[in-house]
Design a protein around this ligand. Structure first.
Ligand SMILES: Cc1cc2nc3c(=O)[nH]c(=O)nc-3n(C[C@H](O)[C@H](O)[C@H](O)COP(=O)(O)OP(=O)(O)OC[C@H]3O[C@@H](n4cnc5c(N)ncnc54)[C@H](O)[C@@H]3O)c2cc1C
Ligand code: SF4
Length: 479
């Protein structure tokens, strides 16, 4: 008998976990949402309408069994809810925190279409797995049988880690190579702690290490070890290197000191959260304290930069974006959070150049824009409004204009590695297989800058394809 019947959306309103007040959260890098109490999680889960064809599930890249784990949560069967959630998602508590749910699962929740607020799917997913960690249900695993095959994975971001998890569970010997000192990729050094606290990522890395995955850190493939060497050591190789080449601005004054890349700024801040000494932060180069900060860009990286600047003690933080609010690529939820924390958005504003004093930036020359006719993609193209230029004062300018892939064929001396005209690795849909025998690719290096949940999906699919190949080979050998 269910403790808590479902379909309560008619009587119970949508409610998110409590959000810390802006004045309080501006003071630290801790997450801004509290955890649901059990009764609240049960109540919110019970709002689900248990659709026969769940659109939330079909719009979740991992096709999570959302109605099932909501029902199990609503009826207090949390350990089963965790098992169900974990069956399709390697890092449910991470997705629960940082997936743009409004564009994925929650954006397609049927009860919202009927005028009620969506089920708080992300917050419940986070609650289930955080509870599982607290209760010791998340344990290192020992494969039923060790296998002889080994896989080398280049890149310890969510794509590489998700593949490692699946392969190791099947008994494969897995080695991950990463040029950073800590695993997690952008989960560790890109996304700030106020969206995803670092111990949430570190405990996942430790779990994989405790389950027998070997991590080779501080190892830049192409410099410290060659791609060929890695191929020679393993039966299959997965490229999961993400995209790290920052898009740049080439305009008058753009070489001035005080104009920095978003990834450098965020990495420095995240390293400091671990207690590391970061010389570029200590010198002030990557430190927003006491500065007038201008961030250029309107995506999620820009939102992370403005909110990090606030927490570092900037005197003012402005964000310049060439389109308007409705047409920005970043999440509306994060924009609202930034506004609450004191960020000022200058919509329809684009940089034209930079002003400096003795080579150090003092301002951004801004041109005002309006939205004109739609371009080939259907988006209205921004046009300059003549005669409306002005100078926005700035001591620190952060460029958050997006990322492109590094030139892997050149960096790794592998001209035969197939890439697209954008430089992403050309890989087969689903399996991630490339034209190089035994070489696979997953995550941002295939899709271009994307989402954590898609990297996880790619990693899992690729691991499945590799296991199928190993099994087929073993079957032939046995014959
Ligand atoms: C600031 C920022 C905020 C974001 N916020 C969100 C968000 O809120 N929600 C969301 O879903 N997505 C977000 N994203 C996107 C998300 O982080 C990425 O889509 C995801 O991390 C991609 O995973 P990946 O495994 O492909 O690559 P990454 O996470 O980039 O990991 C790649 C790893 O490969 C390593 N590597 C690269 N080259 C080499 C080499 N030559 N040798 C050895 N190691 C190498 C890197 O050190 C890194 O550890 C954000 C991205 C950024 C930049
Ligand atoms: S993984 Fe992301 S899209 Fe899927 S249910 Fe969780 S929060 Fe929603």
């Amino acid at each position: 008998m269910a403790k808590q019947p479902m379909l309560k959306f008619v009587k119970i309103d949508r409610d998110m976990p409590e959000k810390r007040a802006a004045e309080d959260r501006k003071e630290d890098f801790n997450e801004i949402y509290a955890e649901f109490a059990q009764a609240k999680a049960e109540e919110q889960a019970s709002r689900c309408s248990q659709c026969g064809v769940p659109y939330c599930q079909s719009h979740c890249p991992l096709h999570n069994n959302i109605p099932d784990w909501l029902r199990l949560t609503a009826t207090g069967r949390l350990e089963e809810a965790y098992a169900t959630s974990q069956a399709t998602n390697t890092f449910p508590e991470i997705c629960g925190r940082i997936c743009p749910q409004d564009r994925l699962c929650e954006g397609n929740c049927v009860i919202e279409q009927s005028g009620h607020g969506t089920v708080t799917i992300g917050a419940v997913e986070k609650y289930i797995t955080d509870t599982a960690w607290e209760n010791g249900w998340v344990k290192p695993f020992t494969p039923l049988q060790e296998r002889g095959e080994s896989v080398g994975i280049i890149g310890a971001g969510p794509g590489g880690l998700a593949a490692a998890d699946m392969l190791r569970r099947a008994g494969v010997q897995v080695t991950i190579y990463d040029r950073y000192d800590r695993a997690g990729g952008l989960l560790t050094y890109g996304i700030p702690g106020f969206k995803l606290e670092k111990d949430v990522v570190m405990r996942r890395n430790q779990l994989l290490a405790d389950s027998g995955v070997t991590f080779v850190m501080n190892c830049n493939v192409g410099e410290d070890i060659s791609f060929e060497d890695i191929r020679g050591k393993h039966d299959a190789v997965i490229i999961a290197t993400g995209v790290y080449k920052s898009r740049d601005l080439s305009m008058p004054g753009s070489g001035a000191a005080g104009i920095v890349k978003a990834i450098d700024f965020l990495t420095a801040s995240n390293k400091r959260s671990f207690g590391d000494t970061v010389p570029e932060f200590e010198s002030g180069e990557l430190n927003a304290e006491g500065k007038k900060v201008v961030v250029i860009g309107g995506g999620d990286t820009a939102m992370d930069c403005v909110r990090t600047s606030i927490r570092e003690g900037a005197t003012s933080v402005k964000c310049l974006y060439r389109r308007d609010r409705a047409n920005m690529p970043g999440s509306q939820r994060e924009t609202q959070n930034a506004e609450e924390e004191g960020v000022i958005f200058e919509w329809l504003s684009a940089p034209k150049g930079f002003v400096d004093s003795d080579g150090t930036v003092t301002g951004v020359m801004v041109q005002k824009m309006r939205l004109g006719a739609a371009d080939a993609t259907g988006r209205q193209a921004p046009e300059v409004i003549e005669g409306a230029d002005y100078v926005e004062e700035a001591d620190l300018v952060i460029k958050a204009l997006g990322f492109e892939p590094e030139d892997l064929p050149t960096l790794w001396g592998q001209p035969e590695l197939p890439v697209t005209r954008w430089g992403t690795v050309k890989a087969e849909f689903k399996s991630g297989a490339t034209d190089l025998p035994g070489v696979y690719a997953v995550g941002d290096i295939v899709r271009g800058a994307s989402l954590v949940v898609w990297a996880i999906k790619d990693g899992r699919d690729c691991a499945e394809a590799i296991l199928e190949r190993f099994d087929a080979k073993a079957a032939v050998a046995a014959e």
